[in-house]
Each structure stands twice: as structure tokens, then as C-alpha cells.
Design a binder for this molecule. Structure first.
Ligand SMILES: C[S@@+](CC[C@H](N)C(=O)[O-])C[C@H]1O[C@@H](n2cnc3c(N)ncnc32)[C@H](O)[C@@H]1O
Length: 403
């Protein structure tokens, strides 16, 4: 069967939606499966951290020339034939099992005396970590908070159903700003509908859970959503996290301290931890392009010039879909201030954390492995607690603030 016919068959067999894409691809041992086991190592978005190196095929250039391929700027231009950018992101970037095992370890080391049950994922995006948290113990609850409503909805439609029947009753997803968490709105799992007018409770728990008022916003930009007032009661959190370098989205020191204060305020009085990650090293402070090839797509991390005065850069994530011959350029783009480890420690202490711990690992050298299976080497590298660490080409850190 020719390429064109194959593509037509593929399209005929598909309905809209990423799950169908995943199912179709299972026959091809596709990587587009959220249920596929992830590596035990954390995999923030830098391609050098991804696992599954064995799945790499021959190298492919992902330069800007199109080579006759169509280009999709973002998800909105995706056709039935295109997987969601969120699915591609989750597969390329995240390793929730690895993150959770470190979170548990940190909690038992620095707090101990009980198992952590209540989790908050700030800057949660599609809240993959939260849903994995719920899967690991039926007593567990999760709270997610993000500015990106589309990502939260995608979580409701694609990640929460994988948790099991009680999944949606154990997770609360909030749409809002981490700097103003009490202004955030609860998003609930009525398909395509947004429940609004509820604030994210801190550890002072709100009284009542239930829908109090529903109002349609038909005619507004949110016409697909219903906003419903309700109160919700949230247990104090054992762990709050901000992963995949999300704290770098905050550019001002005052905002970083304010955010850390909010995180501190929702932690349990019985003890809790805040955990974030950070990357750095010589390679993080200049222009850089890294790529990693999966059987069905190539993932590219593009780092713009680094401003040494503001310590800012722009990170863009691109995907090149092999079968569809499409490029999803700038699927995700972030303006980041690259904080230093001592700056983070100072801000955490200022926000009220009792102690701060650094866990580091050296990453594979980006000059040696810009786009080969060498990226998979990162998965064997373990984080070690450190009070001093010599500069490297690339490193990753977990930073643990103990309340
Ligand atoms: C690098 S992504 C991380 C997503 C996810 N946590 C992960 O581990 O892959 C950063 C996320 O932070 C969100 N974000 C950025 N600034 C925010 C803010 N001030 N408040 C809430 N979310 C924010 C973005 O919408 C995006 O989903």
C-alpha cells in the first residue's frame, strides 16, 4: 500500500481525538500511549532527559526548511490526523512515576511519621503528575492549578478517566494564577464546561461542597462553558510541587517569594514539603537546540539567546510528526528567568521554609549528544543530595523546602 493510500486508510479509520490516534497506533507499538510505563527518572522538557533511547531511529534533521512538509503552528491547526500537542508533550517531557518516587522519598526523609496523601501540583498543565499520584493509592487526593484552561480540560477528558471510577472525586483542578490562588476557579468534569466562582481554599478549609449556582455565559468568549458557584473543602497538603522548571515563569523576586508563601500556606501543620526543579550549567546560558527522535515523532527543545543581565531566555518546544509529515512548531513556548540555586534557597527561606535541600545530577553533555540516543543516558543518573556541586555542561536539580 502506498504512502497516500495508507494515510487515507488511517484517516478513514479515525474519529477525531487523540485516544483514537493512540489506539490505532498501538498496533504499531506506538509511543503515543499514556498507559505506557515511564522511566523511573524525572524527565523535564529538555530532550536530554528523556528515556526510551532504544526507540530512537536513524537521525533526522529538524531544521527550519520545510522539505515540502506542512507546518502547524499549534494545536488549533491540528487535523483529525494529528495527535494533540498535550499528548506529545506528556510523552516527550514527563516521567510522573520517577517524580512521585522522589517526592515520597523526600517526604519520608524530611517529614516522616506518615505517608503523604494530599498533593498539590502548581503550574500543573495537563496535571499528569496529579493523576498518577491518584493512581498510586486510593486514599490520595490532588489539587492542580494552572493558567491554561485548555490544558486543564484536556486533563479532564484524557488523564482523569485513566485514574478509575473515583478519579474525578479525588482531584480538584483550578484555573488561575499561582500568585493569586484564592481567585482561581474550579474546573469540573462536565464535558466542555467550566465551573467557576470558586476560590482555591488554602489550609483553612471551606465549609461546604456542592453546586450553589449555575449560570450560562452563552454569548461570551466562554460560551462553551458554564460557570457554577460552589464551595469546596480541601485537605491540607502534604506535598506541593512546581515541576518542569515552572518557577522560571515568574520573573520578579517578589513574585517568587509571594508564590512560595502561597505554597507554604497550604502545607499541613503536621509537616509538609514544597518541591520544585531547576536546570542549569554552561549549556543553559546560550542558544541551544536539542532533539530526540521517537518512532513516530521528533521532539525539539530550542533555547533562544540567553540574556545575562535579566537571566532570561525563551524556550520553544517543537514536534515533527513523521507519518503526517507535519511540523508542530512552537507547540509550547515559555519566557523564563533562569533562577540560580542560592536565589531559590533565599526566597524559600524568606517565605517561611525551615530548611532547603538540593538534590542534583549531572546531565549528559549537550555538545556530545545534541541529537542522538545518548540522551537516554540521563535515565541512569540518580539525584544525590549536595551542599556543593562543581559546574557542569548541564545539570538538573530538585529543590526541597521543608515547612
Ligand atoms: C513548563 S509548563 C509545566 C507543565 C507541567 N507542570 C509539567 O510538569 O510538565 C509551565 C506551566 O505553567 C503554567 N503557568 C505559567 N505561569 C503561570 C502562573 N502564573 N500561574 C499558573 N500557571 C502558570 C503554564 O500554563 C504551563 O502549563
Amino acid at each position: 500500500m502506498g504512502k497516500k493510500e495508507k494515510k487515507q486508510k488511517h484517516q478513514r479509520n479515525q474519529h477525531r481525538g487523540v485516544l483514537n490516534y493512540c489506539q490505532d497506533e498501538e498496533d504499531d507499538n506506538s509511543v503515543f500511549k499514556l498507559s505506557q510505563p515511564y522511566s523511573s527518572s524525572s524527565s523535564p522538557p529538555r530532550v536530554s532527559l528523556s528515556d526510551d533511547a532504544k526507540e530512537l531511529e536513524e537521525e533526522e534533521d529538524f531544521d527550519d526548511d520545510n522539505n515540502g512538509e506542512k507546518e502547524a503552528v499549534n494545536d488549533e491547526t491540528a487535523s483529525d490526523d494529528m495527535p494533540s500537542k498535550f499528548l506529545l508533550y506528556q510523552h516527550s517531557v514527563q516521567s510522573p512515576k520517577g517524580d512521585i518516587s522522589y517526592l515520597q522519598k523526600f517526604f519520608l526523609m524530611y517529614v516522616g511519621g506518615r505517608m503523604p496523601l494530599h498533593f498539590q501540583e502548581d503550574f500543573c498543565g495537563t496535571a499528569l503528575l496529579s493523576t498518577e499520584w491518584l493512581r498510586s493509592d486510593p486514599r490520595r487526593t490532588a489539587v492542580g492549578l494552572d493558567l491554561d484552561l485548555e490544558a486543564l480540560q484536556w486533563c479532564i477528558e484524557n488523564n482523569i478517566p485513566k485514574v478509575g471510577a473515583d478519579g474525578s472525586s479525588r482531584i480538584s483542578l483550578f484555573h488561575g494564577n499561582v500568585l493569586q490562588p484564592l481567585q482561581s476557579k474550579l474546573v469540573i468534569s462536565i464535558p466542555q464546561e467550566l465551573i467557576s466562582n470558586i476560590t482555591l481554599a488554602d489550609n483553612t478549609q471551606l465549609q461546604e461542597s456542592g453546586i450553589l449556582e449555575a449560570k450560562s455565559q452563552a454569548g461570551s468568549a466562554d460560551q462553551d462553558y458554564k460557570c457554577i458557584k460552589r464551595n469546596v473543602s480541601l485537605p491540607a497538603r502534604d506535598i506541593v510541587c512546581a515541576f518542569n522548571y515552572s518557577s522560571c515563569c515568574l520573573h520578579k523576586r517578589a513574585d517568587l517569594v509571594l508564590y512560595f508563601r502561597h505554597a507554604h500556606s497550604v502545607l499541613s501543620a503536621k509537616g509538609g514539603i514544597f518541591v520544585m526543579d531547576l536546570y542549569g550549567g554552561a549549556s543553559s546560558e546560550h542558544k541551544l537546540r536539542l532533539q530526540r527522535r521517537f518512532p513516530n515523532f521528533t521532539y525539539v527543545w530550542e533555547q533562544a539567546d540567553f540574556d545575562i543581565i535579566e537571566r532570561k531566555t525563551r524556550i520553544s518546544l517543537h514536534f515533527h510528526l513523521k507519518k503526517q509529515q507535519r511540523k508542530l512548531r512552537h507547540a509550547f513556548s515559555y519566557s523564563w528567568r533562569l533562577w540560580t540555586l542560592p536565589e531559590i534557597r533565599d526566597c524559600l527561606e524568606e517565605a517561611g521554609f525551615q530548611s532547603v535541600h538540593f538534590w542534583l545530577r549531572q546531565m549528559p553533555d549537550t555538545t556530545e549528544f545534541p541529537k542522538t540516543e545518548g540522551f537516554g543516558m540521563g535515565r541512569d543518573l540518580r539525584y544525590e543530595e549536595a551542599t556543593s556541586f562543581p559546574q557542569q555542561d548541564a545539570w538538573n536539580a530538585y529543590i526541597v523546602g521543608v515547612a
